[in-house]
Design a protein around this ligand. Sequence first.
Ligand code: GLN
Length: 188
Amino acid sequence: MKIGVLAMQGAFREHIKSLAALGVQGVEIRHANQLESIAGLIIPGGESTTIGKLMVEFNLLDPVRHLAGGGLPIFGTCAGMVLMARDIIGSDQPRLGLMNARVQRNAFGRQVDSFETDLEIPALGPAPFHAVFIRAPYLEAVEPPAEVLATFNGKIVMAHQGNFLATAFHPELTDDLRVHRYFLGMIK
Ligand code: GLN
């Protein structure tokens, strides 16, 4: 089984390492024809405007949307979460727009640009997940069938909708593999 990791910009290598630690091959995706043989796709953190622009340039938005509609599991982290949301507050930047969610970018404010915290994520079991947030977004609202998996200070930072998963934080930057394992569990 191969998992594609969108490699336009951002933290794609780290996701490939997390997948390797789980014994799964991650492949860098830069062209639509590379999407053919993958069982799932990760949209990494980085800069969502840049990643979106490059997805337009490389003609990737429609092929990914098409596969998403056919059930391909897709997991977006941080900028990836922004690209997964249907509504991006105050922005008309390119996006996949797959999840019934409204996202606020750079949402935790300048003072707390980046921070780490232990999150309760019941879907991953009782042990808290050490989460790294870097200029992170949060979801201001989700609508069914999207559901909330984790919140931080009342803000939605992890959500699930059918074959889609999104985290505001960066699970690829820690050794805890439970979020990646959860995503692999979404693959039939
Ligand atoms: N603030 C970035 C954006 O909106 C996301 C930051 C990240 O991915 N670490 O694209």
